[in-house]
Design a protein around this ligand. Sequence first.
Ligand code: ADP
Length: 353
Amino acid sequence: MSAKTRRPGTGGSQTPNECVQVVVRCRPMSNRERSEGSPEVVNVYPNRGVVELQNVVDANKEQRKVFTYDAAYDATASQTTLYHEVVFPLVSSVLEGFNGCIFAYGQTGTGKTFTMEGVRGNDELMGIIPRTFEQIWLHINRTENFQFLVDVSYLEIYMEELRDLLKPNSKHLEVRERGSGVYVPNLHAINCKSVDDMIKVMQVGNKNRTVGFTNMNEHSSRSHAIFMIKIEMCDTETNTIKVGKLNLIDLAGSERQSKTGASAERLKEASKINLALSSLGNVISALAESSPHVPYRDSKLTRLLQDSLGGNSKTIMIANIGPSNYNYNETLTTLRYASRAKSIQNQPIKNED
Ligand code: ADP
């Protein structure tokens, strides 16, 4: 490819400001919640994007809290519906040269990994990440007069350290600024030529995520996983290039990490995980209030999400919640968090030359 790529902020066509799109998804009751008889306290009205949370315990408190989002999905919503209604348009924009970001937020056990990755080997239950691979390659295989280069990176943030999941021995990865964007120098990128290539990269990264950790579930609920796709699209007739980038993020569980009875190592871990998620909350609040200072620099996660929140990106937040009273307080926190994120404005710019 000989044509030069224009960096965001130095050119390209800017679209009007656009709010972060916030979608709530409520998972089904688990067998445990059913057997313990914990009442269902969440009502979702998908047609209106409304989520209602009932307080069934404290008679002195307001009985119902009502929230409205860009979309809301209940336990009956399929992976296919969520993808087509919410994600498909965003990936289409990435294929036109925009930056996109989708992040799943919520307490551990509410369905973040189910939503992002889904169930392996089951077409119906496949999650957002493998479906984006299919959409991207369907587009590439159908588009004439274009050359495509698809590069994939995969990293996680654990205890305020970046880990390259495709080259686990890489040391000292940092987030740096370039132009108006951020990037991670030396992050390994693998060129992919098919859906299968991308699935393999995802599997290698997921496997590397477990290395050195005895309890994978515990580890994944405490680390943020970020799957990055970069697509360079060269129009061979006009010799112009567009670049689309997509970040797919499964965040650590939003519950406060318990400090009771924790070892020194666990306390350190808890404070770092709390730091990243509270920094994310502070960034969301600052942007929602149009504060002159947005504390992106307070954590690695918020630095990495700098473009996605308040910057050059089309962004979707999927807030995952559970339906039972057992998690009432965490659910309320997530719904409030998601409400605040609705007013964040981004300035997406098409990366083209
Ligand atoms: P998290 O990543 O937030 O910790 P998981 O994705 O592991 O949560 O989900 C917890 C459990 O709930 C899993 O067994 C998952 O299959 C199930 N689950 C989550 N969301 C749904 C859903 N929408 N429909 C069916 N099962 C779900």
